[in-house]
Design a protein around this ligand. Structure first.
Ligand SMILES: [Zn+2]
Length: 752
């Protein structure tokens, strides 16, 4: 939803600011989507003195509009896990999941849902959990006498052009300081201090002060509008406060003379049309079956079930759970599957002024207005219109300018994220993956021997497994839970000569004839040790023998270690290490640790190890600071890095989820894709040697930092902070060192 609203509010802002207010509100023309209105509109404008400016500005406005309404746009997943569904409904089948920071292409928006293409099929995700990807285009005016256009978003980069004072430009903010512009067909960057924003798609905060009542037993007052910031005080239940909404979730308050922020889910707005109560609600079950649980969490025991369509009464205990009485006992149901009958959905106005109309269409009469951040109870009557009560009358508002007041923290669909998986291993040489839990169902893929599978459930001796972002079924007859011993044949190892000249002989003996010599430092294709004195090697593609005492396979003067990894390949390589998250973004949190701390510590360890092998290392961040994903990708793209490695730590609702995995982006450039896959594969191979945590494999993904990276790049998930076993690894100093060594080793193999 965010995305669409931001786009639409652009028009709202744009026309409020520029267009004579007597004109028909332009946003409505867009709502109707009739271009003829636009040309009529242009004709009218030509009479006015501002016609030139407005016509000029219409061009970006129109292209932005068509992008939203007709062409695809991109969204970035802002929840830890986002369900992909068959239909635009939480009752519909989950086809797969998208991960945090993954970038997806949105075909169009359908109400609160974004239509996407998933595994070549049309699918839907809840659009509240999508952020825009650089799609926000602003219009600004140059306020400096001359403003440099630079080749990258820093003041040290080269100047590629200049804008003049008063010029109107369009730009995309890349961070709070820099905006991306197009200049003579090239990408450039300008310092935003000297650009006055005229119009924007960005949602702005409200200056409106609300009165609210605290509904939580204690409500933390935080130093910034996120749950990871420090707590500076508390409000008590029932206290009346005044606050300014900064977005749909947080409100700004003044506490002991300081600015503070409170989570609005626990603040009941006193004024306005909202009339939520802590009383009993009536609801209708929307799931095919809804579990009644002994306590308000998905891990508690199931004491009964409601059926689809049943009408129940419940008391909300929080935004997610409702208390019910079942067979004389207290029970709890997940409210996602309960449609409240009495009241509508709590929504907040995102437009500065929103018309309330007598009918659900833009040609009906206006009976009132909502102002920005007003919270109303809305009953959707179509995908674009909702019914509200205004001053005792029924009115209709466009849902495009309303955002659902999220009752929860950042986690969507919590119940559904919970999947307990067990890792199994394939015992057959090629195991069919089938569409359904039947051996007669169609084959959708194959698994090689010893490959690991995440088993979601078992039915009819068929295991439901995660496959290609969706699910598939394999016969349990060919699955074992015992991790296969690594019987894979070792690749030919490279050893180095540490004698001034080393004879190569046709027999493992000094009596063998010399078939050639190897120079000091030469790389040897080592095959195996014949005995303690002789080594079998490949020489001119033939088997040959050298005295093994003159082969160097340790670190030290040479760059080859005991396992034959050639660290010399790292020399002079430029490696960018990206510590995931930072600053206000803690990443995942669990078992007393923050992801951002682990990732920063890890990049520092990897850096010093890489540097001792002669690599040049660039860090995206070397301290606890927040960086936009676009800044990270830009840093890489504007650098001469040979590889980009982003380090992360995973998390899941299911405490049993664990394992190590690496990702790369399936770029259309084969060179980039193959190189990224090589880095991802080599790093995972090495990491698995130093941990007992299972492999989740090398996967392709659309994470922003790898998708928008023009360098070979990989993203590592070191383990699950939410799993006690993985967490004990992640906490351990010795393990972090081993993992850092493994990453270095993987990179050495990648470059070798
Ligand atoms: Zn992360």
């Amino acid at each position: 939803m965010d995305f669409l609203i931001k786009q639409y509010s652009f028009y709202n802002y744009f026309f409020k600011g520029i267009v004579n207010k007597k004109q028909k509100p332009y946003k409505e023309l867009f709502e109707k989507g009739k271009r003829c209105h636009i040309s009529m509109f242009n004709a009218k404008l030509k009479k006015s003195s501002t016609a030139l400016l407005v016509t000029a500005l219409l061009v970006p406005g129109l292209s932005l509009h068509s992008k939203v309404a007709h062409a695809s746009s991109e969204g970035i997943v802002n929840a830890s896990s986002l369900n992909v569904r068959e239909q635009a409904s939480t009752n519909s089948k989950v086809l797969g999941k998208l991960k945090n920071n993954e970038v997806i292409t949105v075909n169009k928006f359908v109400g609160k849902w974004a239509e996407i293409t998933y595994n070549s099929k049309t699918a839907y995700v809840y659009s509240q959990y999508l952020d825009t990807v650089n799609s926000q285009t602003n219009i600004g005016k140059i306020t400096a006498s001359k403003l440099n256009i630079r080749s990258s978003a820093d003041t040290y980069s080269s100047v590629i052009g200049q804008f003049k004072n008063g010029e109107t430009i369009t730009y995309k903010p890349v961070n709070s300081k820099w905006g991306e512009v197009t200049y003579n067909g090239k990408k450039g960057y300008v310092y935003l201090t000297y650009v006055q924003k005229i119009a924007s798609s960005e949602a702005t905060g409200s200056s409106q002060t609300n009165t609210g009542k605290i509904t939580a037993s204690k409500l933390n007052i935080r130093s910034s509008a996120d749950t990871y910031s420090s707590v500076i005080g508390q409000f008590k239940n029932g206290e009346t406060i005044t606050y300014k909404p900064v977005n749909s979730k947080w409100g700004e308050v003044t506490y002991n003379g300081k600015k503070g922020y409170v989570y609005l889910s626990y603040v009941k707005k006193v004024e306005g049309t909202e009339a939520t109560s802590s009383q009993t609600n009536t609801g209708k079950i929307t799931a095919s079956k809804l579990n009644i649980r002994s306590s308000a969490d998905t891990y508690s025991s199931v004491i009964g079930q409601f059926k689809n369509g049943e009408t129940i009464t419940y008391k909300p205990v929080n935004s997610k759970w409702g208390e019910v009485t079942y067979n004389g006992k207290k029970g709890y149901v997940y409210l996602t599957y309960v449609q409240k009958v009495s009241n509508g959905i709590k929504m907040q106005t995102t437009a500065s002024a929103l018309n309330v109309r007598s009918q659900p269409n833009t040609s009906s009469s206006i009976i009132g207005k909502l102002t920005k951040s007003d919270i109303v109870s809305v009953e959707p009557v179509s995908s674009t219109w909702g019914k509200i009560a205004l001053n005792g009358k029924t009115g209709y508002v466009s849902l495009n300018y309303l955002k659902e007041v999220s009752g929860s923290s950042a986690q969507p669909d919590n119940q559904e994220q919970q999947t307990t998986t067990k890792t199994g291993y394939v015992t057959a040489s090629a195991l069919n993956i089938r569409q359904k839990a039947s051996t007669s169902s169609s084959i959708i893929g194959k698994l090689a021997k010893n490959s690991s599978v995440s088993i979601l459930s078992i039915e009819n001796n068929m295991a439901k497994i995660s496959y290609n972002g969706g699910v598939g079924y394999v016969s349990m007859s060919y699955i074992t839970y015992t991790k296969p011993s690594t019987t894979t044949t070792k690749p030919v190892e490279n050893y180095y000569v540490n004698a001034s000249a080393l004879n190569v002989r046709n027999k493992p003996s000094l009596s063998g004839s010399v078939v050639g010599t190897l120079a000091n430092g030469a790389k040897v294709d080592y095959v195996s040790a014949v005995n303690s004195e002789w080594a079998k090697i490949k020489y001119n593609n033939k088997d040959a023998y050298v005295s093994s005492q003159y082969l160097q396979k340790s670190t030290g003067s040479s760059y080859v270690d005991s396992t034959g990894v050639n660290y010399a390949s790292l020399k002079n390589k430029v490696i960018m290490l990206d510590a995931g998250h930072g600053g206000k973004d803690s990443g995942t949190v669990g078992n007393g640790m923050y992801e951002k701390d682990i990732t920063l510590d890890m990049v520092k360890r990897v850096k010093s190890k890489l540097e001792s092998s002669g690599a040049k290392v660039i860090l995206t961040r070397s301290d606890d600071r927040y960086l936009y994903l676009s800044e990270r990708a830009n840093l890489s793209n504007n650098s001469n890095a040979n590889v980009f490695v982003s380090i992360h730590v995973n998390s899941a609702t299911a405490p049993s989820a664990r394992g190590v995995e690496t990702f790369y982006f399936g770029s259309t450039s084969a060179t980039l894709r193959n190189s990224s896959a090589s880095a991802a594969t080599n790093i995972l191979d090495e990491l698995l040697k130093v941990t007992n945590s299972p492999s989740r494999g090398v996967k392709t993904a659309n994470f922003y930092v790898i998708k928008y990276n023009h360098k070979p790049s990989t993203l590592i998930e070191l383990g699950f902070i939410s799993n006690t076993s993985d967490a004990s690894y992640l906490r351990d100093n010795a393990y972090r060192n081993k993992a850092a060594d493994a990453i270095v080793k993987g990179l050495a193999k990648h470059f070798d």
